[in-house]
Ligand binder design. Structure first.
Ligand code: ADP
Ligand code: MG
Length: 322
């Protein structure tokens, strides 16, 4: 079992940012309205994620760390109608195979539980005082897989990736209050008031704040909402174009093209816009089960969605009388 976990860990947990991603996804799935992430040494020393979500019931604690243990899928039907961010039930198992994990959790305002897991083994479980929700601390990441540790890039690069991921969570879940701290420095703090333009101002700087145009529209199958920056705020790469499907950050070449088509001649050659767009659709129309990191997706009726996105952006920018 330990070996299997370590092998799978290579897929799910390739760097500190992947741990942050998986833990924050769990917090969101648990219905949290406040999520705090604290990292030391870009996560290599420690990653602590605290949420005020559902917590984990005592009897479910051993299950949570088990391989393919997920509370989120109950049938084959569920697998093709995924509404939660997690569903494979392998993140916690993978993380505990390559680090030392401490979990503190409290469900239904009952007594709290403190659990320590090392090398996929539960080494301690005690009662403790805890607030409603869950805190997971991951220490000494990759201590037992030196090859992977070596593969991790500079602390600066790793922290950048963690920040990117947190920024995207903040943009896709504007009603959650997020905080990211790195070695006691605050890198991101949102209010959770549901306003995407305010989150984007936090993430991309205040100068962009008043130049964010709202887009909103739907066809039978898709609803698209978001904010797009006016073309004077272009960037040198595609990195600032964030696409979400049902709240999950995704990458999709065709939809990126649709966004660029909406800006059309307003973009200088080699320049890209700043946008955050969320697409709501029947989960049955999107297959996120293509890759363990769940970032690449397959869509049904792609042309319909492309046309909608391009039109919404073009109309929004025209309406601004540029
Ligand atoms: P998945 O998210 O795919 O179900 P994970 O390995 O990420 O798998 O988590 C395993 C299980 O542990 C989840 O299904 C959930 O029941 C529980 N869990 C993990 N993190 C939390 C959390 N922050 N709050 C509540 N439950 C959690
Ligand atoms: Mg998960």
């Amino acid at each position: 079992i330990q070996l299997a976990n370590k092998i799978a860990a290579g897929e799910v947990v390739e760097r500190p940012a992947s741990v942050v991603k998986e833990l924050v996804e769990n917090a969101i799935d648990a219905g949290a309205s406040v999520v705090t992430v604290k990292v030391k040494e870009a996560g290599l020393q420690s990653i602590a994620v605290t949420d005020n979500g559902s917590g984990i019931l005592e009897e479910d604690i051993p299950l949570a760390f088990g391989r393919h243990a997920t509370s989120k899928i109950h049938s084959n039907h569920d697998l093709f109608h995924i509404r939660t961010l997690g569903f494979r039930g392998e993140a916690l198992a993978s993380i505990t195979s390559v680090s030392r994990v401490t979990l503190k959790t409290c469900a239904d305002n009952e007594v709290g539980h403190l659990v320590k897991v090392e090398n996929s083994r539960l080494v301690e479980q005690t009662l403790t005082r805890a607030k409603q929700g869950t805190e997971i601390i991951v220490e000494d990441l990759f201590y037992n897989t030196p090859a992977r540790l070596k593969y991790v890039k500079s602390l600066h690069t790793e922290l950048g990736k963690i920040t990117d991921i947190m920024n995207r969570f903040a943009m896709s879940h504007t009603d959650i209050r997020f905080k990211l701290m790195a070695d006691d420095r605050i890198l991101l703090q949102t209010s959770g008031n549901g306003k995407l333009n305010e989150v984007m101002a936090q993430v991309y700087g205040m100068t962009i704040a008043r130049d964010l145009v709202e887009i909103k529209g739907e066809t039978g199958d898709y609803r698209v909402t978001g904010r797009i920056a006016r073309p004077e705020h272009t960037r040198a790469n595609r990195h600032y174009m964030s696409l979400f499907i049902n709240g999950r950050y995704i990458r999709n070449f065709v939809l990126t093209k649709a966004i660029l088509a909406g800006y059309h001649t307003l973009l200088p050659i080699g320049r890209y816009p700043v946008v955050a767009i969320d697409i709501t659709m029947d989960p049955g129309l999107v297959d996120v089960n293509v890759h363990p990191t769940k970032q690449e997706v397959r869509l049904s009726k792609e042309p319909e969605l492309m046309t909608l996105i391009t039109r919404l952006i073009r109309d929004a920018l025209l309406g601004e009388n540029l």
